[in-house]
Design a protein around this ligand. Structure first.
Ligand SMILES: Cc1cc2nc3c(=O)[nH]c(=O)nc-3n(C[C@H](O)[C@H](O)[C@H](O)COP(=O)(O)OP(=O)(O)OC[C@H]3O[C@@H](n4cnc5c(N)ncnc54)[C@H](O)[C@@H]3O)c2cc1C
Length: 317
C-alpha cells in the first residue's frame, strides 16, 4: 500500500482532482477528523480540549504555495489574530505556532518592486509572526516543505534565530542531505522537529524505501538525542516512539529536555497514554480553509485513511 503514496501525492497536485475532492459533500466530515475547524476560535477550542488532557500544542494556519502578496499578508495577519485569540483565552503561554514559509511568500518571484524575491518576503512575514509570538509568551517553529526549499528555509531560520534563538525547525529524515543539516542544528538550545518527510521526493535526493527511511530516522534521532539541542520527535510510528524513549533515557534526557509530537486526530489514545506515562507530548493543530494539501498528505500516509475516505464517498455519494 505504500506503493500508493506517490500516485496519491502526485494526484493531489491536479486541480481537477482538487475540485472534485474539495466539493464532494462527504469530504468535510472526513476532513473534520484531522482539522478542528476553519477559524481561530475553533483552533483555540481545540487547544483548550487538548491542554485539559495535559497535551502541549503547536498551531498551523493552513496554507501553502502562496503565489501573491495579498495571500501571504493575509496568512501573517491570521497568525497575529490567532496569537491575540490565544492571549484573550489565557492559552498563549507555552503554545507554539508552526509556519510554512511558502504560505508567507517564499515562492514569490523577484520583480522590480520586489527585487529581493520571495525568501526575503517570507523572512519579513515570519519575523512579524515571531516578534508577536515571543512578545506574547508563545514560540515559533518553521515547518519544512519539499527539498527545493530547504536551503532558503534554513537561511530564514538562522536569520530569525539572531533575534529569537528559540525558533525551531522541522527536518526530514528521508532527505539524503539531512545528516549534514543536523550537524549544524545540534547546538545548545536548538529546537529541531524530526519527521520522516511528507513530500513526493525523487530518489536522487531522498530515501524512498520505507525501511531505509526508518533507518535514517533512527540515525537522526541518535544525533539529536546526543546533541545539545531540544529534540522534538514528530512521529506516530510505534517503533520510532519506543526507540525515542529508549534513546532519551540512554542520553539522560528528562521529559523537560525533549518531546514527542503527533498530528491532531492521529493516534489520540497514544498521545494520552504518553502523557500519562509522564512524557511531554505536543499536538500539531492545523486549522483554516486551505486544508486540501494537508489533507491529501494524510490520506497518502495511511491506507486506512484513504479507505475511510473512499468508503464515505461510496456510501453517501
Ligand atoms: C508534529 C508533526 C509535524 C510534522 N511536520 C512536518 C513538516 O514540517 N514537513 C514534513 O514534510 N512532514 C511533516 N510531518 C509529517 C511527517 O513527515 C510524516 O509524513 C508523518 O508523520 C507520517 O510519518 P510517521 O512517522 O508518523 O510514520 P509512518 O511510517 O507514516 O506511520 C507509522 C504508523 O503511524 C500511524 N500513522 C501514521 N500516519 C498516520 C495517519 N495519517 N493517520 C493515521 N495513522 C497514522 C499508523 O499506525 C502507521 O502505521 C509532521 C508530522 C508530525 C507528527
Amino acid at each position: 500500500m505504500f506503493l500508493l503514496r506517490k500516485p496519491i501525492l502526485a494526484l493531489s497536485d491536479s486541480s481537477a482532482v482538487r475540485d472534485v475532492v474539495s466539493k464532494a459533500p462527504v469530504t468535510r466530515s472526513v476532513v473534520d477528523r484531522f482539522i478542528p475547524g476553519e477559524t481561530s476560535a475553533a483552533a483555540v477550542a481545540a487547544v483548550r480540549q487538548l491542554r485539559a488532557k495535559g497535551l502541549q500544542v503547536t498551531l498551523d494556519h493552513l496554507g501553502e504555495d502562496t503565489t501573491d502578496r495579498e495571500t501571504a499578508d493575509a496568512t501573517v495577519a491570521a497568525y497575529l489574530d490567532l496569537l491575540e485569540a490565544l492571549t484573550a483565552a489565557g492559552q498563549v503561554s507555552g503554545a507554539e505556532v508552526s509556519v510554512k514559509l511558502s504560505a508567507v511568500g517564499q515562492a514569490l518571484t523577484a520583480t522590480p518592486d520586489l527585487p529581493a524575491g520571495g525568501n526575503a518576503y517570507a523572512l519579513a512575514g515570519a519575523r512579524k509572526i515571531a516578534d508577536a509570538a515571543y512578545a506574547a509568551g508563545a514560540r515559533v517553529n518553521l515547518d519544512i516543505e519539499d527539498h527545493t526549499t530547504i536551503d532558503q528555509t534554513l537561511e530564514v531560520l538562522f536569520e530569525l534565530r539572531r533575534t529569537h534563538p528559540d525558533v525551531g525547525v522541522a527536518i526530514q529524515a528521508m532527505l539524503l542531505r539531512t545528516p549534514k543539516d543536523l550537524a549544524e542544528l545540534v547546538g545548545p538550545g536548538s529546537r529541531v522537529r524530526l519527521v520522516k518527510g511528507a513530500y513526493n521526493e525523487p530518489d536522487t535526493v531522498a530515501f524512498t524505501d520505507p525501511d531505509q527511511i526508518d533507518l535514517a530516522y533512527v540515525r537522526a534521532m541518535k544525533v539529536l538525542m546526543n546533541g545539545r539541542g531540544y529534540p522534538m520527535i514528530g512521529s506516530h510510528d510505534p517503533r520510532m516512539v519506543a526507540i525515542a524513549d529508549k534513546l532519551a533515557a540512554d542520553a539522560g534526557r528528562t521529559p523537560d529536555k525533549w518531546e514527542h509530537q503527533m498530528l491532531y486526530g492521529i493516534r489520540p489514545d497514544e498521545q494520552e497514554r504518553l502523557v500519562k506515562a509522564g512524557k511531554t507530548v505536543r499536538v500539531y493543530i492545523p486549522y483554516g480553509e486551505d486544508w486540501y494539501g494537508y489533507f491529501t498528505r494524510r490520506l497518502a500516509e495511511r491506507p486506512a485513511n484513504l479507505l475511510f475516505f473512499l468508503r464515505s464517498v461510496v456510501s453517501k455519494g
